[in-house]
Design a protein around this ligand. Structure first.
Ligand code: SAM
Length: 372
C-alpha cells in the first residue's frame, strides 16, 4: 500500500507535545516541525490519527507540492491534482490559504485561485460545478504558500478535532479540549496520582485527564469525520473504520485515578457534571473556593487554568491569594495555564518548566512548579 504524507496541525506551542504523542501512538516518520507535525502512512493511518490524537487540531493529507512563483503557477499546480477522488459537482468545498514570504501575498486571493482551479477541473469533466460552503463544506482544502513553494492539503477532520462532542455546556472562557490534552502531557502527570483542577469551569482539563487515564480514544465521541464525506470513501472503508472504532473501544480500561473538578460557582459545576456524564467519565466534584485548599493530604498534582483578564482586574488581590495558597501545598506539583503574567510574578520561585502557548487569541504561559 502506498505511503501517504499527512500533517497534524497543532495549536502554537503544542508541537513538541503532539510530536511525542504521535510517536507514542506508533505513527511512522513523525517529524518535529513548527505549526504541525508531518507523518507518513497508509490512508487508514490518517483515520486513526483523527480517532486517537488528543492534541492535533486537524489531520490533513498532502495532495501536491509545486513551485509557485506566480498566479498562473498556482492555478496550474492546483489544476494538476486529481480532484475526482474527493468530490463531484454535488459536493461543497471551502479553500483556506496561508501565504508567507511569497510573490502572492494575499491569502484570500490565493484561496480563490485554488478554488477556481478545482471548479474548472470538475466542470470540464462533468459540465457542472461544485459550490462553496464556508461553514460546513464536504471537502476542506488548505494551501500553504511559503517562499514561493506551494503545498496543497485536503482535511480529514471535518470540524476541528477539539470538538469532541461531549462538551454541550461551556462556562466562561472554556479551553479547547486539544489544548487541555497538551498541557496534561506537558505536566508529566503519571496518570495514577490524584489530579485536581480547583478552577475547573466546564471541566475540560479534568475530563481530558480521565479520558487519557482510561485510554479512551477522543475521537470515539465524534459522529463523523471529514474523510467520511469523500467520494473515494467506500463501504469497505466504512467497515474498516467501524472495526477500528470497535478495537479502540475494547482497548479502553475501566480504571481511573481520582480526578477532582472544583469551582466556586455552582452553576459552572453543574455544567462540568453534565459534560463529564456525556463524555462517559467519573470525576469527584467539589464546590469550593480555591483559596480554601489545604496541603494536609498526600501530595497531588494541580493542572488548572485560572481566571485572567477582566475577571482578574476586578479582583487584584485574587492572584496573590491563590499563589499563596499554592505555595503552602508542600510536595505538590502545580501546573498553571496562565493568561496573565501576574501568576508567575507572584509565585516568586522559577518554574521548572515554562512554555508559551496560544489559547485562542490569548497568549498564555504554561508554568510547572514543584512546591518545596
Ligand atoms: C478561565 S476559567 C476555567 C475554564 C476551564 N478550564 C474550562 O475549560 O472551562 C476560570 C474558572 O475559575 C473559577 N473561579 C474563579 N474564582 C474562583 C475561586 N475563588 N475559587 C474557585 N474557582 C474560581 C471560575 O468560576 C471559572 O470557572
Amino acid at each position: 500500500m502506498e505511503k501517504l504524507e499527512f500533517y497534524a496541525a497543532a495549536i502554537p506551542g503544542t508541537e513538541r507535545a503532539l510530536c511525542e504523542e504521535l510517536r507514542e501512538l506508533g505513527f511512522a516518520s513523525v517529524r518535529l516541525n513548527r505549526g504541525g507535525i508531518p507523518f507518513r502512512g497508509e490512508p487508514s493511518e490518517g483515520w486513526r490519527a483523527c480517532l486517537e490524537s488528543r492534541i492535533a487540531q486537524r489531520i490533513q493529507l498532502l495532495l501536491g507540492r509545486f513551485p509557485c512563483p506566480s498566479e498562473q503557477a498556482l492555478f496550474d499546480g492546483a489544476h494538476a491534482i486529481d480532484w475526482s477522488a474527493f468530490l463531484t459537482p454535488d459536493h461543497t468545498i471551502s479553500v483556506s490559504a496561508a501565504c508567507i514570504a511569497s510573490t502572492i501575498t494575499h491569502s484570500g486571493f490565493a484561496a480563490l485561485k485554488v478554488k477556481d482551479a478545482i471548479v474548472d477541473q470538475v466542470r470540464a469533466t462533468s459540465g457542472r460545478r461544485p459550490s462553496v460552503d464556508r461553514d460546513d463544506p464536504d471537502i476542506r482544502i488548505f494551501l500553504y504558500l511559503a517562499n514561493n513553494k506551494a503545498a496543497v492539503y485536503v482535511d480529514l477532520s471535518g470540524a476541528p478535532l477539539h470538538r469532541r462532542g461531549y462538551r454541550k455546556d461551556a462556562g466562561e472562557a472554556p479551553l479547547r479540549e486539544t489544548l487541555a490534552a497538551a498541557i496534561l502531557r506537558m505536566s508529566r502527570w503519571d496518570k495514577t496520582t490524584t489530579l485536581v483542577d480547583p478552577m475547573c469551569g466546564s471541566g475540560t482539563i479534568a475530563i481530558e485527564a480521565a479520558l487519557w487515564a482510561r485510554n479512551m480514544a477522543p475521537g470515539l465521541t465524534r459522529k463523523q469525520f471529514g474523510f467520511e464525506r469523500w467520494v473515494n470513501f467506500d463501504p469497505d472503508d466504512a467497515d474498516t473504520l467501524k472495526t477500528m472504532r470497535g478495537e479502540l473501544r475494547g482497548a479502553a480500561s475501566g480504571q481511573s485515578p481520582r480526578i477532582v473538578a472544583a469551582d466556586n460557582d455552582p452553576d459552572v459545576l453543574d455544567m462540568a457534571r453534565s459534560n463529564a456524564r456525556t463524555a462517559g467519565v467519573k470525576l469527584s466534584f467539589k464546590q469550593r473556593d480555591v483559596r480554601e485548599m489545604q496541603g494536609d493530604q498526600a501530595a497531588n498534582i494541580i493542572v488548572t487554568n485560572p481566571p485572567y483578564g477582566v475577571r482578574l482586574e476586578k479582583a487584584p488581590s485574587f492572584c496573590r491569594e491563590v499563589t499563596a495558597t499554592f505555595s503552602r501545598l508542600h510536595g505538590w506539583r502545580v501546573c498553571l495555564l496562565a493568561g496573565s503574567p501576574d501568576y508567575e510574578r507572584e509565585l516568586s520561585t522559577t518554574p521548572h518548566y515554562k512554555r508559551a502557548l496560544s489559547n485562542g487569541d490569548i497568549d498564555c504561559d504554561f508554568l510547572v512548579y514543584d512546591i518545596k
